[in-house]
Design a protein around this ligand. Structure first.
Ligand SMILES: [Cu+2]
Length: 470
């Protein structure tokens, strides 16, 4: 079945999902946007909260949805297999309550996905052998934004866009190709737009999408994916029979329009934004090039001018362990699996204590790439974003501490910055990473290690008996 089955549940439901791996490759499943309160073992990222499920193996994910509603998705979180296994995860409000907008006549989940003209496992193998640009090396046609972007379309006639609800925490689509390609190389197709069309259009009309910001001065195929929605809810007059005229689209690199859209998003009511900050982190994210290591053959360094592509947070490239998951290593005190001195020195984790409020600035002033940064285990508020270097003195005055949008993914703009805040109230190990697969492979990730609080209800549950071993 492709895409995978839609999970439709209610807030407050407990889920038990048996995953049986009938594929040829290792796999894990991540429930994207689910907070996994005390159930970090069910979060899914391979080698972070669990070892992969081997071919023929199985694992049962058990978690409860607590205080979340809206449209999320689930996907493989192993190697680059997200493109192959994913589906919608729709959380209806608790029985007896409703979404903060009028009940739609009908709801249809649309799942946009990514595809490759090759086996993604072959692609990643080659990419980690030659450290070049996978798009160039394999001449792969890669349709961003791929990575499963889901929205609910509603067909009511007078309601506002659902994206203005704080709980509609769809991922922010990537807005550019995964790496600066050499000039001989085409960038992949431009992503389709990230916004929802308004749902109050008369039948037979089309909606203008909002562009996503494009990289600066980057070769691009400059193609935009569009779709026409045909509303069939009312009887159609004769003129409907004619083909719809596509709406005039903004330019593919119309960053101003895109920014105006994303920065217009708000929570539907006053939000409880943390104001008492215990830890303030400044994290730079970016792409880079490493020199070819001594003694390594040229064909294993196929970045520009014989280099290797790399990505980092605070100039440190994250490397996944392969023998234990970080969560296992943390709980069972297994040494040598991770270090806990990020962001000061080496790669790894930030150790936090429960109930500490966080202010995190992700700055992206190093390169011209937009990175959709996804945080596991938490929703956060995006209190501000901007271009250029972040200035704590002047930019903090622009923070929206009243009704900022609540998300699980923040797009750090090209050459700009984003400030997020969250309360570290969920013990476990939580990956924060760029949602472009190739950027994780190159090292654009870190993990928060959040300690238990007081008592059982503030502590991570024990690992399930069927937790896969490496
Ligand atoms: Cu990225």
């Amino acid at each position: 079945m492709y895409p995978g089955p839609t999970l439709e549940v209610n807030d407050g439901d407990s889920l038990v999902i048996h995953v049986v791996n009938r594929a040829r490759y290792n796999v894990t499943i991540h429930w994207h946007g689910i907070r996994q309160m005390r159930t970090g073992w069910a979060d899914g990222p391979e080698f972070v909260t669990q070892c992969p499920i081997r071919p023929g193996g199985s694992y049962t994910y058990r978690f409860t949805i607590e205080g979340q509603e809206g449209t999320l998705w689930w996907h493989a979180h192993s190697s680059w297999l997200r493109a192959t296994v994913y589906g919608a995860l729709i959380i209806q409000p608790k029985k007896g309550s409703s979404y903060p907008f009028p009940k739609p006549n009908r709801q249809t989940p649309l799942l946009l996905g990514e595809w490759w003209d090759a086996n993604p496992i072959d692609v990643v193998r080659e990419a980690t052998r030659n450290w070049g640009n996978p798009q160039c090396v394999r001449r792969i046609y890669h349709q961003w934004p791929a990575w499963g972007f889901l929205q609910l379309f509603r067909q009511s006639s007078s309601s506002p866009w659902p994206t203005t609800s704080s709980r509609w925490s769809e991922p922010t689509p990537p807005t550019s190709n995964p790496s600066p390609p050499p000039s001989s190389c085409w960038a992949p197709a431009k992503p389709p737009t990230s916004s929802l069309p308004p749902t109050n259009l008369p039948p037979g009309t089309t909606s203008p999408p909002v562009p996503t910001p494009a990289p600066k001065a980057r070769p691009s195929t400059n193609t935009t994916t569009t779709a026409v929605l045909e509303y069939k809810t009312v009887s159609c007059p004769a003129k409907c029979a004619t083909k719809p005229v596509p709406a005039a689209l903004p330019a593919f690199n119309d960053t101003a329009t895109a920014t105006a859209f994303t920065t217009s998003l708000r929570s539907p009511k006053k939000a409880e934004v943390p104001t008492d900050i215990d830890e303030s982190l400044f994290i730079t994210v970016g792409l880079g090039l490493n020199k070819c290591p001594k003694g390594v053959r040229k064909r294993n360094c196929q970045g520009p001018n014989g280099t290797r592509f790399a990505a980092s947070m605070n100039n440190v490239s994250f490397v996944l362990p392969s023998n234990f998951s970080i969560l296992q290593a943390h709980k069972q005190r297994i040494p040598g699996v991770f270090t806990a001195d990020f962001p000061d020195e080496a790669a790894g984790e930030v150790r936090l204590h429960r109930e500490r409020e966080q202010g995190v600035v992700a700055a992206d002033s190093r390169d011209e790439e937009n990175h959709p940064i996804h945080l596991h285990g938490y929703d956060f508020f995006i209190v501000a974003e901007g271009f250029g270097n972040f200035n704590p003195k002047t930019d903090s005055k622009k923070f929206n501490l009243v009704d900022p949008p609540m998300r699980n993914t923040a797009s750090v703009p090209v050459g700009g910055w984003t400030v997020i805040r969250f309360v570290a109230d969920n013990p476990g190990v939580w990956l924060m990473h760029c949602h472009l697969d190739v950027h994780i492979t190159w090292g654009l990730a870190m993990a928060f290690l959040v300690e238990n609080g007081v008592g059982e209800l503030q502590s991570l549950q024990p690992p399930p008996a069927d937790l896969p071993l490496c």
